[in-house]
Write a protein that binds this ligand. Structure first.
Ligand SMILES: Nc1ccn([C@H]2C[C@H](O)[C@@H](COP(=O)(O)OP(=O)(O)OP(=O)(O)O)O2)c(=O)n1
Length: 204
C-alpha cells in the first residue's frame, strides 16, 4: 500500500520515518509523496582521459569525478547531454517496513531534466542522503538552484518488515552516505578477486 499524505505525516510524527531537515511541511508533502530538495554538492565526470570505466577498478570510477559545491542562491547549469551526481538536501531514515522510491518532478521532467537515470529504490533500513543521477535530455541548458524541490519520495508499506534491512548485513555500501556518492560497484563481492587489477579485461 502506498502512503498517503496523512500516512506520511503520521509516520514522520511517530519518528520511525525520518526526513530532515524539512523547513516547510505544507510545501513538501504531496497527496501521496514527499518532495525533496536539491543539495549543494555535485560530482561531475571529467570529459577527457576516460577510455573506458571497468566497474571492478575503483580508481577508474572515483578518479574521474570532481566535486563542486554550489551554495543556495547560486546556480548549477546542467548542460544538454550532461550526467552529474547530485544529492538531496534531506537525509532520510527508512524504517524496515517501508520501501521508498525516488521519482522526478513532472515540472522538471517537462524541462527534460531527469533526476534518476536508472536506480530509484531506497531500501527499507537505508539511512543517509540520496544521490540523484541528474541528466538533461533536452537541447537547452537548465539552471538548477540548490534548495529547489527536485525529486519526490513515494513510500510503499511492505507486507511485513524486511528481515534483512539495508545496513544490517553484507553490502550496504551506501549506508550513511553524505552528499553525492560515486558508484562503489567495485566493492561488490563478485569483483573481490579482480578488484584493483585489470581483471583480465581487454582494453579496447
Ligand atoms: N537514486 C538513488 C537510489 C538509491 N540510493 C541509495 C538508497 C539505496 O538503499 C542504496 C542502494 O541502492 P541499490 O540497492 O539500488 O544499489 P546497489 O545494489 O548498487 O547497492 P547495494 O549493493 O549496497 O545494495 O542507495 C541513492 O542514494 N540514490
Amino acid at each position: 500500500m502506498i502512503l498517503s499524505d496523512d500516512d506520511i505525516l503520521a509516520r514522520l510524527e511517530a519518528g520511525d520515518l525520518v526526513v530532515e531537515p524539512i523547513d516547510d511541511l505544507d510545501m513538501q508533502v504531496q497527496p501521496a509523496s514527499l518532495d525533496l530538495r536539491l543539495g549543494e554538492e555535485f560530482l561531475e565526470f571529467q570529459r577527457t582521459n576516460i577510455s573506458c570505466i571497468h566497474p571492478n577498478r575503483e580508481s577508474e570510477v572515483s578518479d574521474y569525478v570532481t566535486e563542486t559545491r554550489v551554495p543556495e542562491g547560486e546556480e548549477f547549469i546542467l548542460h544538454p547531454g550532461d550526467f552529474v551526481l547530485g544529492t538531496t538536501k534531506e537525509r532520510v531514515e527508512i524504517p524496515p517496513d517501508l520501501l521508498a522510491t525516488v521519482e522526478g518532478r513532472s515540472s522538471l521532467g517537462r524541462l527534460a531534466v531527469v533526476i534518476h537515470a536508472t536506480a530509484g529504490i531506497v531500501d527499507p533500513g537505508y539511512e543517509g542522503q540520496i544521490t540523484l543521477e541528474l541528466s538533461n535530455l533536452g537541447t537547452a541548458p537548465v539552471a538548477l538552484t540548490p534548495g529547489m524541490r527536485v525529486s519526490q519520495l513515494v513510500f510503499t508499506e511492505l507486507t511485513q518488515p524486511a528481515a534483512r534491512p539495508y545496513g544490517a548485513d553484507r553490502g550496504s555500501k551506501y549506508q550513511g552516505q553524505e552528499g553525492p556518492q560515486a558508484s562503489r560497484i567495485g566493492a561488490d563481492p563478485e569483483f573481490e578477486e579482480t578488484r584493483g587489477t585489470d581483471g583480465g579485461a581487454e582494453s579496447t
